[in-house]
Design a protein around this ligand. Structure first.
Ligand code: LLP
Length: 427
């Protein structure tokens, strides 16, 4: 992130604090989050999209009450996809009308809570859910603003588990075979629902703008069909999240203003061609805001050199604080951050302390050959989908999130303790 630097002794500082101090004060492993960088990314998205659009941060990337406060202050909205995320959003003070509720299997309780709180939109994900949300809103005497999530049928070039625009999957209603048009018909008949727009999310960690452009074109086509059939111009479209970030130097991510321009241009062009007023656009970046703001700070334990192969560098965390390497073959980089070293590079694999060989944090990396127990390593770009997907595997205690800004560090999510484990273990 932006405020990272190395001092004369080779010690890395972030937000004006050096990593040795952070490790002493907060322990390792720890997620170290650069608050100024987080806020700057929020502002970059807001400014790129302008007042005619809304930016909904995708809370699944990483959410806690401090983050909700930053988002609220920086003028972002918030996308939540569970009761827990909704509770966090409300507890953090996000105004309900700036919250969107997602999910392919929202429970009755989740829908009730969202409608009662007055969330700005619920994104309908199936035919059954149209009826479910309508009944709940009716029972509560509300008219709920909704969008319909469609699958536009493009293949996003990303890992299969995080691609969501092809039709053979659990999310959304297909544009194909008139499915989405039928969903619109049904929603328009229900008095307790106010259909405000169409939603598409094509996937995650995407670099190629083409998928977004095809999605935008097809969503505008649906808006055109709706106008022609019902005489109604839906006022909003949401094109989801998914913008990729740089995990290693091989990745070349697009900037918010690039995606904003591409989306605004294509939507404006398609709407002009169809004679539609340009709808209010929204997007849902998660990774692109949270990801680059954070690195995981680990302490090196065992260093095992397998001659002719590689060196296994064990750190004091692993797949419990970063499952992405094991789950998606994700690539990360790593650096020695507690001192300088002139030692030659050695081919290394950074592994965790869990009881399985797939417990890899960084599959291939070059680290100095004099690496020793007690050295500190940093793995960058762990702000998205690491703490939020962390587990207690092997009864690991999930690491804290430490926010740094202006030479000060504070815990925004504390480290788990053994007492926390026993709080749940009530037998
Ligand atoms: N909107 C919707 C409806 C989504 O499902 C997602 C992500 C986003 C927005 C935010 O996408 P982003 O801008 O963060 O790419 N755990 C996986 C990523 C799963 C993404 C799920 N949905 C990973 O670690 O790569």
């Amino acid at each position: 992130s932006r405020t990272v630097a190395r001092d004369a002794q080779g010690v890395v500082t972030v937000g004006g604090i050096d990593v040795k101090t952070l490790a002493e004060e907060f322990g390792t492993p720890a997620y170290v989050l650069d608050e100024d960088d987080f806020r700057a990314r929020c502002r970059a998205w807001r400014e790129a999209f302008g007042d005619a659009a809304d930016v909904f941060y995708a809370g699944k990337a990483f959410l806690c009450r401090a983050v909700v406060r930053w988002l609220t202050e920086e003028g972002l909205n918030l996308d939540v996809c569970s009761g827990g995320e909704l509770a966090t959003a409300l507890a953090g003070g996000m105004p309900a009308e700036r919250i969107a509720l997602h999910g392919n299997n929202k429970s009755t309780a989740e829908i009730e809570r969202a409608v009662e709180a007055g969330v700005g939109r619920i994104v309908l994900d199936s035919f059954q859910e149209i009826v479910r949300v309508a009944h709940i809103a009716e029972r509560l005497g509300r008219r709920q603003r909704v969008q319909i999530r469609v699958t536009v049928g493009v293949e996003a070039h990303t890992h299969e588990f995080i691609a969501t625009a092809h039709e053979d999957q659990k999310f959304g209603i297909a544009l194909a075979d008139g499915q989405a048009a039928e969903a619109v018909r049904r929603v328009l008949k229900l008095d307790s629902l106010e259909l405000v727009g169409i939603h598409s999310h094509i996937g995650s960690q995407i670099f190629d703008m083409a998928g977004f452009e095809v999605a935008a074109r097809r969503v505008v086509q649906l808006l055109t069909d709706v106008r022609d059939e019902h005489g109604v111009e839906l006022p909003e479209i949401d094109l989801g999240g998914g913008l990729g970030i740089a995990y290693t130097s091989d990745d070349d991510p697009r900037e918010p203003h690039e995606i904003a321009k591409a989306l605004h241009d294509i939507v404006a062009h398609e709407c002009a061609a169809a004679g539609l007023a340009v709808p209010r656009l929204s997007v849902e970046p998660g990774r692109a805001i949270a990801g680059p703001t954070t690195f995981t700070l680990y302490e090196v334990g065992t260093v095992k050199e397998l001659s002719g192969l590689r060196t296994y560098v064990s750190v004091d965390g692993g797949m419990s604080d970063n499952i992405r390497t094991a789950l998606y073959d994700a690539e990360y980089s790593v650096a020695l951050v507690s001192r300088a070293s002139d030692a030659p590079p050695m081919l290394s694999r950074v592994v965790g302390k869990h009881c399985e060989s797939g417990d890899i944090v960084v599959r291939d990396a070059f680290l100095p050959a004099d690496l020793a127990p007690g050295d500190l390593l940093a793995v960058p770009a762990t702000g998205a989908y690491c703490r939020s997907m962390a587990s207690n595997y092997n009864h690991a205690l999930r690491p804290p999130v430490v926010a740094v800004s202006g030479g000060k560090a504070r815990v925004i999510v504390r480290r788990e303790t053994e007492d926390d484990l026993f709080l749940l273990d009530v037998g």
